[in-house]
Design a protein around this ligand. Structure first.
Ligand SMILES: Cc1cc2nc3c(=O)[nH]c(=O)nc-3n(C[C@H](O)[C@H](O)[C@H](O)COP(=O)(O)OP(=O)(O)OC[C@H]3O[C@@H](n4cnc5c(N)ncnc54)[C@H](O)[C@@H]3O)c2cc1C
Length: 447
């Protein structure tokens, strides 16, 4: 089959790889100059399937309201959100009901565990090295923090997510670089969870997809999908902020091939047997004209990444991934760098950075690993999570012949990517997927 994939974030790249490995002729369309240039660029990198749960859960509305008033709030509501925000919040509030939460949590976990297995199988067979390390440590500063996570712990299946409750001394044995002066009541260690560089993985997998014949068409904006049997794609040159020559020079990955085609000024129309929309927040504009309305909302988050110091005078950084449960901030080891990431900002814009949020990230890193990173060289990033109100992504047929969806992975797109891609590739050819896909289809969220 000739298959078009729209979007080369982690979801589009894994989808392209799975489709190409099934023998399809795959073309990936991406408006940016390379893969993983938007939300998949600098996320926290955590893969903790047991912790992949909907944001919409019992008690969450109260927690969010409480957070809004605090100085280091993990959730912030900004002015300037679009008309879709209030309907989205209403759907989110309704999805907080216990039974809806339980159903969505089950769907997400099923996908997350399958996805981790698929990630391991791909990275082992292709020998991909993407700055990964094992283990996830949740830091609980006070007895109250511990009490608040107890209901979540009760839901963890010890067979699939083995975990240990640790005291402060035991936490220090797992992460010897932790600052012993910052009060720590307890920790939860999940040895089977992991952290890895999502962007690096996307670059490596893109090369593997290319070896299988997939082509990547960068700086190419998909204008619209024309329904029909087969469907058609209309695309043209993307309007980018920076000139192409500059974008190429600044590419940090040695193996990055340049954009693979020159486009005329006029839009091009091309027919495909199947079109898979992996365009995250860009999907709304492509799907609305087809009568498909999805409640996708941008929930912004930040990360700060800095090189670790390497000398005996300074304490070491983290060994793997940690989560400061009080501030909902992740600290990740990525090769020779440390990344601190968090915040959920509803509204606002990608270009405007919130100083208070960045202060919280710096504070958490300083609390736990003071002096470990060269903060003068820190890179700040803001990304937009493509969130559906109730949690799971949408994957499978769109309802329009030949048009498929793999999007809305919210705060867990890296953790869910490899599994989502495999399921989608199976569905496209009518093969029975390896896990139950109940509730992952468009029927769940169709507006
Ligand atoms: C601060 C932060 C921390 C996070 N931490 C984690 C974590 O620890 N673990 C985890 O699993 N997830 C995490 N996430 C979430 C994860 O990053 C996202 O779920 C994931 O990157 C979404 O991938 P995607 O491919 O759907 O979207 P994107 O990476 O945004 O890719 C979509 C692509 O589609 C392209 N596109 C859109 N429209 C068009 C069009 N019309 N034509 C051509 N191209 C188009 C865009 O240019 C873009 O490249 C985090 C997110 C944030 C913000």
């Amino acid at each position: 089959m000739r298959v078009a994939v729209i979007g080369a974030g982690i979801i589009g790249v894994t989808t392209a790889y799975e489709l190409a490995s099934d023998g399809h002729e795959v073309s990936v369309f991406e408006r940016q100059g390379t893969v993983a240039a938007e939300t998949s660029f600098a996320n926290a990198g955590v893969i903790a399937p047991g912790y992949v749960t909907p944001w919409a859960g019992p008690g969450m509305p109260g927690k969010v309201l409480g957070h809004l008033l605090s100085r280091h709030a993990p959730v912030r509501l900004r002015a300037g959100h679009g008309a879709g925000t209030l309907p989205w919040l209403w759907k989110w509030w309704r999805a907080c009901r216990l039974r809806t939460y339980q159903a969505n949590r089950l769907r997400m976990q099923r996908l997350a565990f399958f996805s981790r297995a698929r990630l391991h199988s791909i990275s082992q067979s292709l020998q991909l090295d993407y700055e990964r390390s094992d283990g996830y440590l949740v830091l609980l500063r006070t007895p109250r923090d511990l009490a608040l996570v107890q209901p979540g712990l009760a839901l963890l299946n010890p067979l699939t997510s083995p975990f240990k409750l640790l005291d402060a001394k035991q936490c220090l044995a797992i992460e010897p670089g932790l600052n012993a002066d910052t009060p720590l009541h307890a920790g939860i260690h999940l040895p089977d969870d992991e952290v890895g560089n999502c962007r690096q993985f996307a670059h490596l997998l893109r090369l593997e997809a290319q070896k299988l014949g997939a082509s990547f068409r960068f700086f190419t904006d998909v204008h619209r999908i024309e329904p029909g049997t087969p469907p058609r794609l209309v695309y043209g040159q993307a309007q980018t902020d920076q000139p192409r020559s500059k974008a190429k020079k600044t590419r940090p990955f040695r193996n990055d091939a340049p954009d693979t085609q020159f486009l005329p000024n006029e839009p091009v129309t091309e027919v495909f047997d199947a079109i898979v929309v992996c365009a995250a927040l860009g999907a709304g504009a492509l799907l609305r004209p087809l009568g498909i309305k999805l409640p996708l909302l941008a929930v912004h988050g930040y990360s700060v990444t800095a090189p670790l110091r390497h000398n005996d005078l300074h304490p070491q950084g983290p060994r793997s991934a940690l989560m400061d449960e009080r501030y909902k901030v992740a600290i990740s080891r990525l090769g020779n760098r440390v990344r601190v990431a968090g915040s959920a900002e509803i509204g606002g814009s990608l270009n405007r950075h919130d100083e208070a949020t960045l202060k919280t990230l710096h504070k958490v890193l300083h609390d736990w690993f003071p002096g470990a990173a060269q903060m003068a060289q820190a890179q700040v990033w803001k990304g937009a999570r493509p969130m559906l109100p109730d949690g799971p992504p949408v994957l499978g047929p769109s309802g329009q012949a030949g048009v498929w969806l793999n999007l809305g992975h919210g705060s867990s797109g890296w953790a869910l990517s490899c599994g989502s891609a495999r399921l989608l590739a199976d569905q496209v050819v009518g093969r029975t997927p390896a896990i139950d896909t109940e509730g992952l289809g468009i029927e769940r969220v169709r507006g």
